[in-house]
Design a protein around this ligand. Sequence first.
Ligand SMILES: *[C@@H]1O[C@H](CO)[C@@H](O)[C@H](O)[C@H]1NC(C)=O
Ligand SMILES: *[C@@H]1O[C@H](CO)[C@@H](O)[C@H](O)[C@H]1NC(C)=O
Ligand SMILES: *[C@@H]1O[C@H](CO)[C@@H](O)[C@H](O)[C@H]1NC(C)=O
Ligand SMILES: *[C@@H]1O[C@H](CO)[C@@H](O)[C@H](O)[C@H]1NC(C)=O
Ligand SMILES: *[C@@H]1O[C@H](CO)[C@@H](O)[C@H](O)[C@H]1NC(C)=O
Ligand SMILES: *[C@@H]1O[C@H](CO)[C@@H](O)[C@H](O)[C@H]1NC(C)=O
Ligand SMILES: *[C@@H]1O[C@H](CO)[C@@H](O)[C@H](O)[C@H]1NC(C)=O
Ligand SMILES: *[C@@H]1O[C@H](CO)[C@@H](O)[C@H](O)[C@H]1NC(C)=O
Length: 554
Amino acid sequence: MNNRTSYVIRFKMLFRKNLLLLLIMVNYDLAYSAVTLEVDVSSNNHTISPYIYGTSFFNDVEFGKEINLTVDRFGGNSVTRYNWKNDVSNRASDWFFENLLEDNKNPEKLPDGSMSDLFIEKDKLMGARSMLTIPLIGWTPKDREKRCGFSVKKYGPQNRTDRWMPDCGNGKKPDGKTLITGNDPADTSIKINSTFAKEWVQHLIKKYGTADQGGVLFYQMDNEYDLWHTTHQDVHPQPATTDEIIKLTEEYALAVKEVDPSALTLGPVGWGFVSILRSALDWTNRTSKDRESHENLDFGPYYLKTMKQLELNHSKRLLDYLDLHIYPQADNVFVDSADPEVMAVRLRSTQALWNPDYIDESWIKNMGEPNNRVQLIPRMKKAIETYYPGTKIAITEYNWGNLKVMNGALAQADVLGIMGREGVDVALLWGPKNATEPWAYAFRMYRNYDGKGSQFGSISVSAKSSDEQTLAIYASIRPSDKKLTVIAINKDPTNEIDTKIEIKNFDISDSTKAYTYSQNNLTKIVESIATVVNNAIEHKFPAYSITLFEVAGK
Ligand SMILES: *[C@@H]1O[C@H](CO)[C@@H](O)[C@H](O)[C@H]1NC(C)=O
Ligand SMILES: *[C@@H]1O[C@H](CO)[C@@H](O)[C@H](O)[C@H]1NC(C)=O
Ligand SMILES: *[C@@H]1O[C@H](CO)[C@@H](O)[C@H](O)[C@H]1NC(C)=O
Ligand SMILES: *[C@@H]1O[C@H](CO)[C@@H](O)[C@H](O)[C@H]1NC(C)=O
Ligand SMILES: *[C@@H]1O[C@H](CO)[C@@H](O)[C@H](O)[C@H]1NC(C)=O
Ligand SMILES: *[C@@H]1O[C@H](CO)[C@@H](O)[C@H](O)[C@H]1NC(C)=O
Ligand SMILES: *[C@@H]1O[C@H](CO)[C@@H](O)[C@H](O)[C@H]1NC(C)=O
Ligand SMILES: *[C@@H]1O[C@H](CO)[C@@H](O)[C@H](O)[C@H]1NC(C)=O
């Protein structure tokens, strides 16, 4: 519940009881609604990376073109076990550890025309740069046959089986708790090393050119390595150690950079914020042994420090981006819950990305200080500054939940604003599909708010709200026409907010336009003329809305 809602409820209770208190509450309410907003064009300016407007596995080419989608990622659990030669991936714990054939009309032409080739060709149509996942796990599907990681015939009855392939179990005994151990990874897979990755990059260069020629730009060092022991329990049952992941990163990143020196690499691609604190081994086994044998540093700092040493050892940078995933951990936020309390937590919890004072409203709050404050981006920045300056920041999976409703669109718009303001270099929304849904309008507000391709500017400038949990504000200059663009997000579900934005160090003309996306129509951005008085924009922000102001200078 946000402050405003609680005031409203208290207001209703008091109404029945006490007129004097009622008057006090009205005063409170007036004071509260006076959210003040200020944009200062000459303060805090920095470039917003275009690569924060990205997705994973996005197939809607028309929408990609419309918003000038910048990055699309071939990533996720199944690509850790994707074999680019035979176009088969093992679906891991997502689907009964099965090797499944990708839909391929001309398998005799492989490796040409594989799912990954088609993915890159589709990205080229959209104008997006591709990010591929290099498998580091050491196993890949052995042939073009459907196969099971945990055959019931071979390993006995299991807790669940695939109704389409009943011999394939979920790797758990019928009690649903005991894992099947000692299985043979060779049931589905063959061993691979960095030669397999090198040959893939060579194949891609031959077809699409090097990164600097417009080919694949980004290569990730696998995916969520710190969950391999559960997601890929059939081939990597033990949690990965610090040494293992660093050795693999060295070997594979070197292989990529040898073949394409213009390509960019990302690692360790941890599953969440705790990935920067502990290695998979320490987190899983609830020990600190791994940490103690690595200078007693948190995993992220140790990883960065070592990557810096490796740059010296190999006379080239092996790692370009520190890469973590993040999902809100509070109950039901990362699902399609429309419960009002969950929706309020959804909007508040974007603070986990940046606010050093925000105590996470999930199990993370029990971690104790300072780790109950996620402050993901500042945390990543600090580790980089201390241990490996020049490394960039990537968040290659995030999703704040319920992309199909206005509440999810508000959170999405807030996240895009935060990524730009806080200086993230790559940010990719996980799992969006249908571009007629509200999440897509959150993107449109930044990437095509007028239906003519106009975008939020690329130079972030200072924008402050006295109550950013109710009315958040982000601002930027657009170098192409020197206009100021401002996005304001009213997170209050029921109340319009009548206030103004003071603009400093930029003389505004009267022709300022407002573009509004609101609950009134979830498939439309509405254009209007904004009111300018004394170099401020006066505006009534509708409840639950996103407004972009396109501000011309004098
Ligand atoms: C930021 O502002 C300063 C001072 O006005 C200017 O010199 C600099 O070029 C600006 N940086 C960007 C990225 O616009
Ligand atoms: C699309 O974004 C890229 C940066 O990723 C930029 O170079 C290009 O000019 C943009 N295209 C349009 C039409 O805005
Ligand atoms: C699978 O395990 C769960 C407990 O995790 C149990 O409730 C369920 O009954 C099991 N299913 C079968 C078919 O044994
Ligand atoms: C890597 O695998 C290839 C086969 O693809 C093999 O020829 C080579 O010896 C292996 N390299 C190492 C270091 O194991
Ligand atoms: C981690 O825990 C697992 C399961 O208890 C155990 O098999 C493994 O030996 C432990 N690893 C280390 C290095 O202590
Ligand atoms: C870098 O090379 C030195 C000298 O060969 C070696 O001692 C050190 O372990 C290497 N660093 C890493 C991170 O492998
Ligand atoms: C996309 O979403 C809209 C609005 O929620 C819905 O009407 C439409 O059926 C969806 N289309 C697909 C292909 O799912
Ligand atoms: C919302 O806007 C669309 C596009 O302009 C329009 O077709 C539709 O009728 C509008 N819906 C409502 C409920 O006004």
